[in-house]
Design a protein around this ligand. Structure first.
Ligand code: CA
Ligand code: CA
Length: 241
């Protein structure tokens, strides 16, 4: 996934600080409880897909090493799948489950959006062929996705969803959806942690009217990076390259 790798490289430069026009923008996570360290899902709204389940007894918040760095922290935990596995209709998507979303009120500008994700098998005999597909959705548009597919018995898999959306001023709904083309497996869990949204460049009044000014504010920030959905540059008017 070369696009994702490019995005991660760009993300590293952003996390290290971002100097534009002599101003260092604050690197504040704009989500409420994006790291789940409250021990619950406060700040987030849960949902299920049409024939989906988040799992019996899920979602909950549990200690897990979602990013695979060796340290466990509180993470949102799911066991998603089809609620009714007997349904076999072309009108009902096979991938079912659900997830969480949060609406954030933003200033217009450029943002970096990252989500740490994982799947874990515990106690199955042969692993699982469908560990979970994770999707990052902004205002209904798919920005990035990762399907873990096969997972071994008593194993974990880790990845990162990332996007660099340009946002208009106002409210935006940011959602993480997890689905599987099978019923809930009681040996399989999915995890989300450190859902992070940071402002990288705020558009000023000039930026909204002068394309040349937009480009000045976009140096170093390739907003197509990490955006496998390709939907965050609609209109194409923010391209500067
Ligand atoms: Ca955490
Ligand atoms: Ca960790």
């Amino acid at each position: 996934m070369p696009k994702l790798k490019l995005g991660m490289v760009a993300m590293v430069s952003i996390l290290g600080g971002y100097l534009i026009g002599g101003l260092l923008y604050a690197q504040v996570n704009l989500f409420t409880n994006g790291d789940f360290e409250t021990g619950d899902l406060s700040g987030w709204t849960t949902f299920t897909t049409g024939n989906g389940t988040l799992g019996t007894g899920y979602p909950q918040v549990a200690s897990f090493d979602t990013n695979g760095d060796g340290a466990s922290t509180m993470s949102a935990q799911f066991s998603v799948g089809q609620a009714d596995t007997t349904i076999s209709s072309p009108d009902v998507p096979k991938y079912q489950g659900g997830g969480i979303y949060q609406t954030v009120d933003l200033a217009g500008g450029d943002y970096s959006l990252t989500v740490e994700i994982a799947a874990h098998d515990s106690g199955s005999n042969f692993g699982n062929g469908e560990a979970g597909k994770f999707e990052l959705i902004v205002d209904g548009q798919l920005m990035d996705s990762h399907d873990f597919k096969q997972i071994n018995s008593n194993a974990s898999k880790h990845s990162l969803l990332a996007a660099m959306p340009g946002m208009t001023a106002g409210a935006h709904e940011i959602m993480i959806r997890i689905t599987r083309p099978a019923g809930e497996a009681n040996t399989l869990t999915q995890y989300i942690d450190n859902i992070t949204l940071k402002n990288t460049a705020t558009t000023d009044a000039q930026d909204t009217t002068d394309p040349a000014e937009k480009c000045k504010g976009n140096k170093g920030g390739n907003r197509d990076s990490g955006n496998s959905g390709g939907s965050n540059n609609k209109g194409g008017d923010k391209h500067c390259d």
